[in-house]
Design a protein around this ligand. Structure first.
Ligand SMILES: [Zn+2]
Length: 677
């Protein structure tokens, strides 16, 4: 799902979801290392009830019954004609059985939308549901933004609207169809949001559009009114004449983001697919040629790695606002990505990293999909143990795609790997929370306490590392005749292409065992379902590497803060006895400013530049809402850093294994590819 650019130390750390603002800084050691390694300064970062089918079935039965009745009575052709006309008229009415949404952008300045839903004739009593979650695996209760709701029948007579719970409404008297109208506030920026303002509109439709509970599988149509002059519309939805967009059902509709505004579009064809690139940003803040050039490399690398292209057209939607932003959201035929324009200047590679991740999601999670996410339950948490794979291993493959695309080299890749091991090892919770546990608990990520290093690990972080280990283990078990690539191609062939879902970790194990003919029970028991320490060197030895631990004295501001995706930074813990505690910093404080600058993604880098003894000034808002500015001197502590290095002596076999690993291929590609066919 969501990838969040995350600063780490003096660089960007790849990651993900709620990210910890690791207040440990690599200080001088780190900046030296940065110079030496020239590392990429950016590692950023449904289903169906069936009203319409029921009606359709009844209609056919109705037609058949009339035809049968007519045949039995041998009636005159004129009567037959009348009957056929009657059937035809009824059919026509039913062809309008789609759910129509009209979205009026009436008040951009007030972020207010007026939504009208036209329901076709059907049941007298209908229920309408607004999802409680979408995009993020977090309950966000979008119904909080609904100002009012009303309904009427086709003649304009008001219908009774009864609120069943905070996100569901019941309409009475809708047998001849109904028009439901409501006003909703939309000002959640980011690819996880829905926003209308004077600059543009961007919607994840699930956050603003209700669905009729009995007809979630019905076709949908969307139109817009009061679109400001000069604004265009871009969406992966099917386009019909007269500015109508359609989707086969609600699930597809809400998997299709939409950008409405004065954006720029560039298109390209690659590997047999057509790609549309929509950018909403100041043209001075990005380079279209460089962007499309990198996108070509990424999509070509991913399509060749999967040996599959399950789409004709794919859309990238980018926002590069000047200010806090960051993250990406995957969809089956598109992705939406937001990155801070200022940060892009420092870290132009961030676009490629997030894009490679979100693009690979078109397979992993959108098509190679865990059963536990199906059908989507928009009314409550959709618990799954598979996010370590669906998100974390997507991050593993994102690195492979970048390596194959030539956007990252071995040194950068290994540096990043060390960073990822750092991140896991530094969180005491890696001994108490498994990768599966982190997946199940994803729904708690909005809570700062949950994000504490001693409470949780990230399924992105541990999943990414598990993807690396799984790849190495499959290679070792097959003497490089198979790899993670064959695992994915097997899952694609045996689940996605068969319209089947996989059974969480068990499905991944099934695939690993199918391509390797080896037993992976211990791997999954210890490292996926369990919390055993991963014996890094046992895995890395196969490719001539090992993990070194380096001790270093680092600046320690005395607190840990974290963000929930693109939310504000909240203090998760304050070191007892630290100057930060004496200065009056409290758990739960929101950091508004750091060293005089508005707090944002770059705050991590600002902290990384601090040295022991430096003065630190932060402006914070307490839980009760009072603001204050406090200062103290940064302390220090010993910290262990993990680096992935060559073994003292690397054999030619290990070198050959490493070369294949970095390519993301099995050494004997032709043989290894056979199980996927
Ligand atoms: Zn993701």
């Amino acid at each position: 799902m969501n990838l969040q650019p995350k600063t780490s130390f003096s660089g960007w750390r790849h990651d993900s979801g709620p990210c910890e603002l690791a207040m440990c800084t690599r200080s001088a050691w780190c900046s030296d290392l940065r110079k030496q390694t020239d590392f990429r300064s950016q590692r950023a970062y449904g289903r169906r009830s069936c009203g319409s089918q029921r009606v359709f079935g009844w209609r056919n039965a109705f037609s058949a019954a009339i035809a049968s009745w007519l045949c039995e009575r041998d009636l005159a052709p004129a009567v037959l004609l009348i009957a056929i006309l009657a059937i035809s008229a009824f059919s026509h009415a039913q062809s309008g059985s789609s759910i129509s949404y009209e979205i009026s952008l009436t008040s951009p300045e007030e972020h207010l939308l007026n939504v009208q839903i036209t329901l076709p004739p059907g049941l007298s009593q209908r229920e309408l549901q607004l999802p409680v979650w979408n995009a993020l695996y977090q309950i966000r209760d979008f119904a909080q933004y609904i100002n009012w709701i009303r309904a009427k029948d086709r003649s304009g007579k008001p219908l009774s609207v009864h609120e069943i719970n905070s996100s569901r409404w019941q309409i009475e008297g809708a047998e001849n169809g109904a028009l439901i109208e409501y006003e909703i506030y939309a000002d959640l920026p980011s690819p996880f949001g829905a926003q209308l303002n004077q600059h543009h509109a961007f919607f994840n439709f699930a956050e603003i559009l209700m669905y009729p509970v009995e007809a979630r599988s019905a076709p949908t149509r969307v139109t817009f009114t009061h679109v400001p002059a000069g604004w265009q519309i871009a969406t992966p939805l099917a386009s019909l004449p007269d500015k109508v967009w359609s989707a086969e059902n609600y699930d597809r509709l809400v998997d299709s983001p939409i950008e409405i505004g004065d954006f720029r579009e560039s298109d390209f064809d690659e590997s047999g697919g057509h790609f549309r690139v929509i950018v909403d940003a100041d043209p001075a803040d990005y380079d279209t040629q460089k962007l499309t050039g990198d996108l070509r490399k990424i999509v070509a690398a991913a399509i060749s790695w999967m040996n599959d292209r399950p789409f004709e057209t794919y859309m990238f939607i980018y926002h590069f606002p000047r200010g806090p932003a960051g993250g990406g959201m995957e969809h089956a035929y598109s992705t939406a990505i937001d990155l801070d324009a200022e940060l892009l200047k420092m870290n132009p590679g961030a676009i490629a990293t997030v894009t490679a991740h979100e693009f690979f999601h078109l397979w992993n999670v959108k098509r190679i999909r865990p059963q536990t996410l199906e059908p989507v339950d928009y009314t409550k948490e959709n618990y799954t143990r598979a996010l370590w794979f669906s998100e974390g291993v997507t991050s593993t493959v994102e690195n492979t795609i970048e390596l194959r695309a030539g956007l990252v080299d071995e040194k950068q890749f290994l540096y990043h790997l060390g960073d990822s091991i750092d991140e896991l090892e530094r969180r005491p919770a890696h001994l108490t929370q498994s990768a599966e546990g982190s997946s199940i608990d994803a729904w708690l990520e909005g809570d700062p306490y949950y994000r504490r290093p001693d409470r949780s690990v990230s399924y992105y972080n541990k999943g990414e590392l598990l993807g690396i280990m799984l790849d190495l283990a499959v290679r070792q078990a097959t003497n490089d005749h198979a790899s993670l690539r064959e695992v994915f191609q097997w899952m694609n062939a045996n689940f996605a292409k068969q319209k089947r879902y996989f059974h969480d970790s068990e499905g991944v194990r099934q695939a690993a065992e199918a391509v390797s003919h080896a037993d992976f029970a211990a791997f999954f028991t210890k490292y996926v379902a369990g919390t055993e320490e991963i014996p890094w060197d046992d895995f890395f030895r196969y490719v001539g590497l090992h993990v070194e631990q380096v001790q270093s004295r680092v600046a320690d501001p005395g607190f840990v803060a974290s963000r929930n995706f693109d939310g504000p930074m909240t203090v998760a813990s304050v070191t007892p006895g630290s100057d930060a505690e004496r200065a009056g910093l409290h758990v739960g404080d929101t950091i508004l400013e750091l060293q005089g600058k508005t707090a944002g993604l770059e705050s991590r880098q600002d902290l990384a530049r601090l040295h022991p003894g430096d003065a630190l000034t932060v402006k914070v808002r307490s839980r009760r809402g009072s603001d204050r500015e406090i200062s103290w001197n940064v302390g220090s502590r010993q910290e262990i850093f993990y680096q992935v290095k060559d073994l003292d002596s690397v054999t030619p076999e290990q070198r050959a294994h490493r070369a294949a690993w970095l390519k993301g291929e099995a050494e004997s590609q032709s043989e290894a590819a056979s199980p996927t066919k």
